[in-house]
Design a protein around this ligand. Structure first.
Ligand SMILES: NCCC[C@H](NC(=O)CCC(=O)O)C(=O)O
Length: 444
């Protein structure tokens, strides 16, 4: 049977904006209050997803969330008509309104952790939506994320859906952004690497001092238990707290893996050599550990350009390619490194650059925008086909964006009741295009 790694990219929602909501995420904070362009943002994402489909990759799309999130605003005491709720929240608690308007579900690397069936004891593909408790605006995503994943991966003979972890800082879970699956071949049992920022139950372990460590060891261990992984196919590594303090808020800002390649910055982890040896011991093939030295690319350049928030994909011809943001091309040190990388004796042979600046300005690169799901043919056949990228879906979604999205959005616009109407109209139509059923609160 054939095996693939599919990418499911997050469709950028109609309220995409720059509210500076993510303390510890340098781009989010430094671009706060910029005017956004939701239409461009959605189209940049669609273009990247379509380009991967055109390269022969299996590519799907995940629907955005309902924003403004009136359900949450009402839950915290704002009442009246929808327009009144928005107006009161804007006047009395603008920060809460902003948290309820973020299009942050576009970064589907944070949607869930996914373990392919080759790794799990029951032979099913497991999903656990991330609780994202570290940030208020993200903590309101997991229930709807679960609904969307269940609408796409519905067949219980193949897919096993778990509830997100308890909503407490002890179980801070950021999903696949802190999880990398390595393997010799997508269909063979691999090694699932969980990277955490701090451990709650071992107080003596190092932790960042300035910025939050969003992922805990306890959350990573819980997901590994839920997904029925074995000790000999899991590795838990700690992220270097010093780089979290330099703006590396997720592991996928400093490391990325694919099959037998782990591409990471010299300063990414703690106990690096010991942990890489453990990975190699548990793998059934030789690993390519590609370490980028600080002397070539400093942490600041990595954070600015998102060199490690690139996607490493295996093309149908077996070669690997890197999908990088154009910001990597614009950074001299990073561009020089990537140009050199393809000449090294590693499986990575090409680099493709994509403009995803609308997302980058909020701290989300190409890899943040996608959730990886390794599947076999039978599992792929069970996926809702209406979310899979092809010429028809690409043009349908572009038309949909043109019809419903604004090309300019400021923070002040978030209280506009018309934006809520536009957003709901768009999402209602999208659930019909993607045949998702009623996944949103406003549809229930
Ligand atoms: N994986 C990339 C996630 C980026 C995301 N940014 C944000 O939510 C910024 C939102 C804003 O500031 O408007 C985050 O930090 O979780």
């Amino acid at each position: 049977m054939k095996h693939f790694e599919a990418n499911f990219d997050g469709l950028v929602g109609p309220t995409h904006n720059y509210a500076g909501l993510s303390f510890g995420n340098v781009a989010s904070q430094s671009n706060a209050a910029l005017t956004s362009n939701p239409k461009d943002a959605a189209k940049q994402g669609l273009k990247k997803a379509k380009a991967l489909a055109d390269m022969g990759m299996v590519q799907g799309m995940l629907a955005p969330q309902e924003r403004p999130d009136l359900h949450t605003l009402r839950r915290i005491g704002f009442s009246g008509t929808d327009a009144e709720v928005l107006q009161k929240a804007a006047q009395q608690a603008p920060a809460l309104l902003q948290a309820c308007c973020s299009a942050s579900s576009m970064w589907t690397a944070n949607a869930a952790t996914v373990s392919p069936s080759a790794d799990t004891r029951d032979g099913k593909l497991h999903f656990t939506p991330a609780n994202l408790v570290d940030k208020l605006h993200r903590s309101i995503e997991p229930s709807t994320t679960g609904n969307i994943l269940k609408a796409i991966f519905a067949d219980s003979r193949h897919f096993h859906h778990h509830e997100h972890l308890p909503e407490h800082p002890s179980f801070g879970d950021e999903g696949a952004a802190n999880h990398t699956r390595l393997c010799s071949d997508y269909g063979r049992a691999g090694v699932e690497v969980f990277v955490y920022g701090r451990a709650v139950t071992s107080q003596d372990m190092p932790a960042p001092k300035k910025y939050p460590a969003r992922q805990t060891l306890e959350a990573s261990q819980a997901v590994a238990r839920l997904h029925q992984l074995e000790d000999d196919n899991t590795v838990f590594m700690q992220q270097n707290p010093d780089v979290i303090d330099q703006g590396v808020f997720h592991n996928d800002v400093i490391a990325v893996g694919n099959q037998n390649v782990l591409f990471y910055h010299e300063q990414a982890f703690l106990h690096t050599q010991e942990k890489l040896a453990e990975i190699q011991r548990k793998m059934d093939t030789d690993m390519h550990f590609i370490e980028v030295p600080t002397a070539k690319v400093g942490v600041q350049d990595a954070v600015k350009s998102y060199l490690f928030n690139t996607q490493i994909i295996t093309l149908p011809n077996g070669e690997m390619a890197i999908i990088a943001p154009t910001d990597c091309e614009e950074n001299a040190a990073v561009h020089a490194y990537l140009t050199e990388l393809v000449t090294f004796n590693t499986p990575i042979k090409k680099v493709h650059y994509f403009d995803v600046k609308q997302s980058m300005q909020n701290g989300g690169g190409p890899a943040c925008l996608r959730l990886r799901v390794a599947m076999n043919e039978a599992e792929l056949a069970a996926v809702n086909p209406n979310v899979m990228m092809n010429d028809a879906l690409f043009s349908r979604l572009n038309q949909w964006v043109d019809k419903h999205y604004r090309d300019r959005l400021t923070i002040a616009d978030l209280a506009d009741p018309q934006l809520l109407v536009e957003s709901r109209t768009a999402l209602d139509e999208l659930t019909q295009i993607m045949k998702l059923g009623s996944v949103y609160q406003f549809q229930r």
